[in-house]
Design a protein around this ligand. Structure first.
Ligand code: BGC
Length: 336
């Protein structure tokens, strides 16, 4: 930004350009970012079209506490509240595109929340309404990416998560990527939205299953990764169309890459699942699973293909709309 301002021909023009930029960005957060121009985004909801920002923070401040005093522990989830009171008015301190950073300290990590999405706007509103206050109390710098599948072909969650990871890295340097189902609401803010030394399955205990872990290798729901770990497992498989097993395939990738999975205890790693119908269950998912270990290095981030339809900086998230392609007419067990 500075370079652009200096490029203005007169002092008056310089001041006017800077004032205009300041006015479209929440002034309270100015110290936080405005460092680089990394990306051009387009969107009807924002006046901010071509300014990149980074969640690096004001490095002259102290690091935030690893476990901040602001945590409250177990939460009372009211799923209806989000629909009664619109979230944006509560979060004026967020930057367009759904980013926030603590003002009183420097967040230890910059996290990217990646939500694969289609047709579940009410669920997204409920999640964000509940999740954002948790992240703020945890004092983590975050940016939310909603990765929406374009069109109405069978859903491919694995591709969307790979796209989220690929696109998020174009916007900022993140320390941690958290893949988050849109229908899971955290019940305890001690479940930190940060990355540890190993990938962490943050949602072992769902209300739907009476807060017990369904099976030992479960990694579905909410899963956090360091960049190097997600790259090491080659991301998610691109081959699972329809509901089920892309997460089980991820567990096999983790094991094959010799990465162990951490979990919070089942008293803290609790989530409420928003009820919905399960549709389009994949018929080949179990056969595909059989070949994940031999296939994973040639099916994932390194073979991901998609067409970016639009990136929109909306108030509470960056919406990435992508065309993930069409499912094969007759999917075989292992098309590779
Ligand atoms: C599916 C997973 C899912 C799990 C819990 C398994 O049968 O393969 O994708 O996360 O059930 O619902």
């Amino acid at each position: 930004m500075a370079r652009r301002c200096y490029g203005s021909t007169s002092v008056v023009a310089f001041l006017m350009v800077c004032a205009a930029l300041v006015s479209v960005i929440n002034v309270g957060q100015l110290s936080v970012f405005l460092r680089t121009k990394r990306h051009t985004a387009y969107g009807p909801d924002t006046g901010l079209y071509s300014i990149g920002y980074t969640l690096r923070g004001n490095l002259s401040m102290e690091s935030c506490q690893a476990v901040p005093d602001s945590l409250v522990g177990k939460l009372n989830i009211d799923l209806g509240a989000a629909l009664k009171s619109p979230t944006p008015s509560k979060h004026q301190d967020m930057l367009p595109g759904g980013a926030w950073s603590p003002k009183s300290c420097v967040s230890r990590q910059r996290i990217s929340i990646i939500i694969p999405f289609r047709d579940r706007q009410a669920h997204l509103d409920i999640l964000v309404y509940n999740l954002v206050p948790v992240l703020k109390r945890q004092k983590v710098a975050f940016r939310i990416f909603v990765v929406e599948q374009f069109g109405n072909k069978t859903f491919n969650k694995g591709r969307l998560m790979n796209i989220g990871f690929t696109e998020a890295r174009k916007h900022d340097e993140f320390d941690c990527f958290i893949f988050h189902d849109v229908d899971l609401i955290p019940e305890d803010d001690r479940n930190m939205y940060t990355c540890s030394d190993n990938p962490r399955h943050m949602s072992p205990a769902l209300d739907k299953f009476n807060y017990t872990m369904l099976y030992k290798s479960l990694v579905g729901g909410v899963l956090s990764f360091r960049d190097k770990h997600f790259t090491k497992v080659n991301g998610y498989s691109n081959l699972y169309w329809g509901w089920g097993a892309e997460d089980d395939d991820m567990h096999k990738r983790l094991s094959a890459s010799k990465l162990s999975v951490e979990r919070p205890s089942i008293t803290i790693g609790r989530y409420t699942m928003i009820k919905h119908d399960k549709k389009d269950v994949s018929s080949v998912r179990l056969s595909l699973l059989k070949t994940s270990t031999t296939r994973y290095l040639k099916d994932g981030l390194n073979t991901l293909e998609y067409k970016l339809v639009e990136t929109r900086l909306e108030k509470l998230w960056t919406r990435i709309i992508a065309n993930v392609g069409d499912p094969p007419k007759n999917q075989t067990e292992n098309p590779l």
